[in-house]
Design a protein around this ligand. Structure first.
Ligand code: ZN
Length: 117
């Protein structure tokens, strides 16, 4: 699958960052995570490749994205942990997230844990 629109559908629109006792902050994943780049225009972001692997414990998707503003490439790594206990809290809350989002640079150096999806 190399269709760009299909790849876009694989990327969650938002990630959530835990703010300790102040709840969760929602951030857009339509942005470039490379240093010194402030691109947050999804039209300037071009997903072009996906790698996927899975084992007993987790499913990992890596989506390679080219930024047309800085010319760099970064990778959104979406890791879904299997067998996470379900939240027993109120059902109108956001479901307990079990997905983790990381940003990697082109050489797969970790740029940091972005949040949860
Ligand atoms: Zn950029």
């Amino acid at each position: 699958m190399t269709n760009e629109e299909d790849l876009r559908d694989e990327i969650p629109s938002y990630a959530y960052i835990s703010l300790a006792r102040r709840g969760m902050e929602k951030i857009s994943l339509d942005q470039c995570f490379l240093k010194n780049c402030d691109n947050n225009d999804s039209k300037l972001l071009e997903p072009f490749k996906k790698e996927e692997f899975e084992n007993d414990k987790e499913q990992v998707q890596k989506i390679f994205i080219k930024c047309k503003k800085c010319g760099g490439t970064f990778i959104l790594k979406l890791k879904t942990i299997k067998y996470v206990a379900k939240s027993t809290k109120d059902s109108d809350e956001e479901p307990l997230s079990m997905g983790l989002v990381y940003a990697l640079d082109e050489d797969e150096n970790n740029l940091g844990h972005i949040g949860y999806f």
